[in-house]
Structures are given as C-alpha cells and as structure tokens.
Design a protein around this ligand. Structure first.
Ligand SMILES: [Zn+2]
Length: 251
C-alpha cells in the first residue's frame, strides 16, 4: 500500500507516459497504455500458430511470439536504439508463456541467447537477447548459457541484403566457447527478431557442425525482409501512429 501512495505521489509531479503513443499512464499502467497493450496483444500468435511455417537448413524449429508491427516495432526500436532494455518487460508474460510451452514439450540442454559483437555491445551497453533470456529465466528449466556462443567479428549491415546474401554475410561470424558440451546436445537459440533466419541458422550450423543433435530458435517477433527494410528507412526515433496495425506476415 505504501508503494502505491509513493508511486501516486511521484506521478503527481512526474506523470509517466506510454512509451509508444506518449499518452499519460494511469497509476496501474506500466510502459504501455491500455490501448497499446491491446494492440500488442493483437499481434500475438495463438499458441498453435507460434511455430513459423518456414524451413531453415540447420534450424529444426522456429517459434515467434508476435507478428512484427506496431507497437512491438517501437518497443524493439527503443530497446536497440535508445538503450531502453526495460521495454522488453511489456512482452514478458506472452514470451514466458511460449518459452514455457516450448521447453516443456522439448528437452534442451541449454538456452543460448544469440550474441552480438563487441562493437555493438559497447554501443548498446547490453545484448537484447541476453536481457530477454534473463527475463524469461524464472520460467525456464534448461539453464541459460550466456557465453557459450561468441560473435567474434562484426558483420556489415544486413538491411539491404537478400536471404542468400545474409547467409553469406553471417557465415563464420560465430565461434563456440565450449566445443565439448555440444556433442549430442539440444539447444534453444533466443533472439528479439526473426527476419530471414540467417543469423540463427548460422549459429545452428556451427552447433550442428560440432555434433549438436537438435537446434531450435525462439524470437519475440517475426518480420519479413521488406518490412525490415522499411523499418530501417525510418529514423529510429520515428514511430507510427498509435493504433496503426501491420498485417501479420504469416497466417
Ligand atoms: Zn500507448
């Protein structure tokens, strides 16, 4: 009760705004207003459609929580370009639900957040996939291994590349820290966005090259190359109007 009054007092002088549409937040609202929470929920795949219907050479299965559109787009922009890692909490409940369902249906030896290179880490101050893994960790039985996979070289921007060009671009960009632990193992890779799957597929290729039995992938949102391209043509600070909906990229 004390916290409630303290929060009410603070909000009196410093009103909190929705991170997407900037409407004032009610006392019980965090990060997003009710309207944007509704828009976010509308992007979530029903559990039976969370598995993507695309084929990847080295990934056995890929799951995503949301279709890529507003407001997940603005939330992930905020995470990546404004260092607002706390925005991922808006996705916690649904992401935890899917992660829990996937890890209870399939055995994994470890959850592996997709790493970012050192330059990106210095710029961003955190790896969003690791933040996501930490957020989901209480709901997961398999351990989260944060330094299992290492991205040892930065790669040129992928935004204007085709699926095939992306695969070439990321080839050889990962290395393994614990080769011996891979043989016969099953792993779930974790990242914020699935675009063409080239990055996760390359991580899976390396794991399978060292004897992994199974490699799956889970991402918060599934986009398409053309949408991804459009996203980067906008400035990071630009955002769509509240309530704008992007048509889900798969049915
Ligand atoms: Zn809002």
């Amino acid at each position: 009760m004390f916290h409630y009054y303290r929060e009410a007092f603070i909000r009196l002088f410093y009103p909190a705004a929705c991170e997407v549409c900037h409407a004032n937040l009610d006392l019980e609202e965090k990060i997003l207003c009710q309207h944007c929470v509704g828009d976010l929920d509308a992007l979530a795949w029903p559990m039976e459609k969370a598995m993507t219907d695309e084929r990847f050479e080295h990934l056995d299965h890929a799951w995503t929580v949301y279709a890529y559109g507003s407001p997940i787009r603005e939330l992930l922009h905020g995470v990546k370009y404004a260092r607002k890692d706390y925005l991922l909490k808006a996705c916690q409940k649904r992401a935890a639900g899917l992660a829990q369902a996937v890890t209870s249906d399939f055995w994994y030896d470890a959850i592996l957040p997709i790493p970012i290179d050192r330059m990106k880490l210095m710029k961003r101050h955190f790896n969003q996939a690791e933040v996501l893994a930490t957020m989901l960790e209480p709901w997961l039985t398999p351990p989260v291994e944060r330094s299992f996979l290492i991205k040892h070289r930065s790669i040129p921007s992928q935004t204007s590349l085709s699926q095939c060009e992306r695969a070439i671009n990321v080839y050889g960009s990962f290395r393994l820290k614990h080769h011996a632990k891979v043989l016969g193992g099953s792993f779930l890779l974790l990242d914020d966005v699935l675009t063409t799957g080239a990055t996760a597929n390359e991580a899976a290729r390396l794991l399978k090259l060292h004897g992994a039995k199974r490699v799956d992938f889970m991402a918060l949102a599934k986009t398409a190359p053309n949408l991804e391209k459009m996203r980067f043509l906008e400035s990071p600070s630009s955002s769509s109007k509240a309530g704008e909906r992007t048509i889900p990229v798969h049915s």
